[in-house]
Design a binder for this molecule. Structure first.
Ligand SMILES: Nc1ncnc2c1ncn2[C@@H]1O[C@H](COP(=O)(O)OP(=O)(O)OP(=O)(O)O)[C@@H](O)[C@H]1O
Ligand SMILES: [Mg+2]
Length: 267
């Protein structure tokens, strides 16, 4: 049932953006955090969002992942209006995001953290496998463990899989966050400041894992990042936010030479 739903979204015409926001507006009292923003994320696209502090980046991101309701505007996923869908619904349907470190379960292992990210999407087969019994269930369990092992390997976490997540250094903890987000083959991967606190080699590994996932699965990536260089190196298209508005968008080259963008950053 859930997989069929996901199929419907994937089956929308290829020309339809995967995600489309129209007139997205979020107001906190008198403050317009995001004002009448039109936004899209194409299938397979890597889109970066940058902007000075308070520009509205996180608010826009939260609107897309369902962690913040819009004051007005509409959000579509494939050919579906998902404006009223919960964050959990969106995650179950392939919209996956990373969080900061504290979202990990600190007292269980790295491997269990990643397994748990699959669990809540459909357990080990649910009611059907309860009915038909254990052979199907154990095969499914094996499949899921194998997928987790592959993802841990890709994220450079294989040797740390039995370590308690709460004891990891920040770089590895961020990779666990990423592993949790990608283990279920997302349609859109939303990355919230993923390189914050990371050193050079962890940042490079993160970019490599995300780009490989995109090449292998065709998923779209939406990245918010203060590290402008990282955004420019990895994005097909960059959206620049400023004071709640979309100030500019284009290829990294176009955005870097845009006078209004330079002014916003300098100002
Ligand atoms: N919960 C809230 N209540 C009131 N105002 C808020 C709230 N969250 C954000 N804002 C305001 O909305 C505006 C946009 O904030 P947002 O966090 O989306 O910006 P940002 O671009 O992510 O900034 P930063 O780069 O500092 O993370 C800011 O003026 C901020 O003060
Ligand atoms: Mg922010």
């Amino acid at each position: 049932m859930r997989r069929a739903d996901i199929g419907t979204i994937a089956a929308a015409p290829a020309s339809t953006p995967l995600i489309r926001g129209v007139g997205l507006t979020v107001r906190y009292g008198g403050v317009h955090a995001v004002r009448e923003v039109d936004f899209h994320l194409d299938r397979g696209e890597f889109c970066g969002v940058i902007g000075p502090n308070g520009a509205g980046k996180t608010t826009l991101f939260d609107v897309i992942s369902g962690h913040r309701a819009v004051t007005s505007g509409r959000l579509e996923y494939g050919d579906r209006d998902i404006s009223d869908k919960s964050a959990a619904w969106r995650a179950r349907h392939g919209l996956r995001r990373t969080f900061q470190r504290q979202q990990l379960f600190g007292s269980i292992s790295v491997e269990e953290n990643v397994l748990a990210a699959q669990d809540w999407r459909g357990g080990e087969g649910g009611f059907l496998y309860d009915l038909i019994g254990s052979p199907g269930r154990s095969a499914l369990r094996e499949q899921r463990r194998a997928k987790v092992a592959t993802v841990l390997e890709q994220c450079g976490l294989a040797e740390q899989r039995h370590r308690r997540a709460g004891t990891l250094p920040i770089g590895a903890a961020r990779m666990v966050e990423l592993a949790r987000a990608v283990v279920d083959d997302p349609q859109a991967l939303l990355l919230d400041e993923p390189t914050s606190g990371l050193g050079r080699s962890d940042t490079a590994l993160l970019a490599e894992v995300v780009q490989r996932l995109r090449a292998d699965t065709g998923c779209s990536v939406l990245l918010i990042e203060h590290d402008v260089r990282f955004v420019m190196e990895n994005s097909d298209r960059v959206v620049v936010m400023h004071l709640g508005n979309k100030l500019a968008e284009g290829t990294p080259d176009e955005v870097q030479s845009n006078a209004a963008v330079i002014q916003a950053y300098l100002g």
